[in-house]
Design a binder for this molecule. Structure first.
Ligand code: AMP
Length: 294
């Protein structure tokens, strides 16, 4: 076996830094007829990520988790710089959860000298985070396409917390004929409703105490819409509720359909409320389903 094909081990888990090592391990599994699931992450793992791992563990013979802080999906240098990196404790969590292989490549393994390709999904990316964070969704689509081709997994697990990302990744895999099923996993929240996120660690105690208002406001808005409230009025109410709760700036607060992300003026299709709001230096996102006639 060539050096590049060798994985390290950590407990019973293989750790691959090189694509060749990842591929050699996966090839062995596939020869044995085993199914493979992948959970792509940027690390600093929390219970939200672990829900994806657990779903993969239930469905697949073998589970790969990837940790790669992808510079191409960061549109602000300070965000990339402050993004938490905790590989040692992440590896412990993955071993405890029964993950078979951690793929944690260095930057040059993913983007070697001379890299020039971009995967870009249009339509779905012309709104929400796609609009507010230029280049972000292309960065996501590019790295996820590469991870799908590197791992050859037949299932990939994504959180509904990043709902637009989930739709973009699904569209990309279909459009490029990558044979992978995208499996959505519901958002995992703290007891006070705040969606778990690696960036929550960057909130001060006082900001963290105010942050759950984002989810409280979305659920109250969903209730108002379900009870027949007019979309424009409910959105205006939500905007002032978030402002009153101490959010500094709102990137968006919108009602959009579940599939194409078209903005809705009435609740005529399955829909979700989407928000991105700033609490101090941290940009929080969340979304909830709106069920008509609830
Ligand atoms: P990230 O490490 O932030 O890129 O996230 C990796 C994956 O975990 C993505 O599919 C996210 O949607 C998912 N994820 C992050 N936070 C949560 C959460 N609170 N609940 C469910 N999935 C999540």
């Amino acid at each position: 076996m060539a050096d590049a094909e060798r994985s390290e081990t950590y407990g019973h888990m293989a750790v691959a830094r090189r694509v060749a090592a990842l591929r050699a391990t996966v090839a062995g599994w596939k020869r044995a007829g085993e199914s493979v699931g992948v959970v792509p992450t940027m690390g600093a793992l929390h219970a939200g990520h672990m829900a994806l791992v657990e779903a993969a563990r239930r469905d697949c013979d073998r589970v790969i988790t990837t940790i790669f802080v992808n510079p191409k999906q960061f549109n602000r240098p300070d965000d990339l710089q402050s993004y938490p990196r905790e590989e040692a404790s992440d590896a412990d969590k993955l071993v405890a959860a029964g993950v078979d292989l951690l793929f944690a490549p260095p930057l040059q393994e993913v983007y070697p000298e001379g890299f020039q390709t971009k995967v870009s999904v249009s339509g779905l990316t012309n709104c929400l985070c796609g609009l507010m964070r230029p280049g972000h969704m292309d960065g996501v689509a590019t790295v996820v396409a590469k991870l799908f081709l590197m791992t050859a997994a037949e299932r990939a697990y994504f959180g509904e917390k990043d709902y637009q990302q989930l739709l973009v990744v699904r569209r990309m895999a279909r459009d490029l004929d990558i044979p992978v099923d995208i499996v959505p996993v519901p958002t995992v929240r703290d007891a006070d409703g705040l969606a778990l996120s690696s960036r929550n660690a960057l909130l001060s105690a006082e900001q963290r105490a105010r942050a759950p208002a984002i989810h409280r406001t979305l659920t109250a808005m969903a209730d108002k819409l379900a009870a027949g409230g007019a979309v424009g009025e409910v959105l205006a109410w939500g905007r002032s509720a978030l402002e009153a709760a101490g959010f500094d700036k709102l990137d968006y607060l919108e009602l959009r359909d579940n599939e194409q992300l078209e903005a809705l003026e009435s609740l005529d299709r399955p829909a979700r409320l989407f928000v991105a709001a700033w609490m101090g230096p941290v940009r929080l996102i969340d979304n909830v389903a709106v069920v008509a006639g609830r």
